[in-house]
Ligand binder design. Structure first.
Ligand code: GDP
Ligand code: MG
Length: 162
């Protein structure tokens, strides 16, 4: 069986856009409205010579209630079932309390984590990505899921932990 990679993070950070970038096609639903992806959705993906299952999840809000709580539970299940996690943060916003709560949960999971510093559309935003070293998850990989910038490097980093 191929390894499973969960893509998690707050709503609207670009998880589904990133998944589509990796797939090379538009399958994951991208919306300007937060919280559109309700469930775990698994896709077959590959990078260079490796195949893996990529699992898109809904936005992870930590003190969620109602539907948002169910979405958060699905993200937690995705982490439990995964061999590795891609944690997506909006580098232009920086780390929030919710991001830090997710970091604690990821630590407890013991799963290898690749930190995707998304929305780094140009060189000016690189410094925002570097600020995410403060999450304590190692190297933040600057990526623009929208334009494709940096996606090869972060996928190489993923293969290193798979
Ligand atoms: P999700 O809720 O985390 O799955 O986020 P989506 O993939 O649905 O994206 C939310 C919004 O962020 C959409 O308007 C995307 O077009 C936008 N977005 C995603 N990735 C990028 C990026 O790399 N740069 C910029 N500027 N916008 C992005
Ligand atoms: Mg989504």
């Amino acid at each position: 069986p191929q390894p499973v990679v969960a893509v998690v993070g707050r709503p609207n950070v670009g998880k589904s856009t990133f998944v589509n970038r990796v797939l090379g096609r538009r399958e994951a639903v991208v919306e300007d409205v937060p919280g559109v992806t309700r469930d775990r959705v698994a896709y077959d993906a590959e990078w260079t010579t490796r195949r893996f299952t990529l699992v898109d999840t809904g936005g992870w809000e930590v003190d969620a209630t109602g539907i948002h709580l169910r979405v958060a539970e699905q993200a937690e299940i995705a982490v439990e079932l995964a061999d590795a996690v891609m944690f997506v943060v909006d580098a232009t916003v920086g780390s929030t309390d919710d991001d830090e709560a997710v970091v604690r949960l990821l630590r407890r999971s013991g799963k290898p984590v690749v930190l995707v510093a998304n929305k780094v559309d140009d060189e000016r935003t690189e410094a925002d990505a570097a600020a995410l070293w403060n999450l304590g998850l190692g190297q933040p990989w600057p990526v623009s899921a929208l334009h494709g910038r940096g996606s090869g490097d972060v996928l190489d980093a993923l293969l290193d932990v798979l």
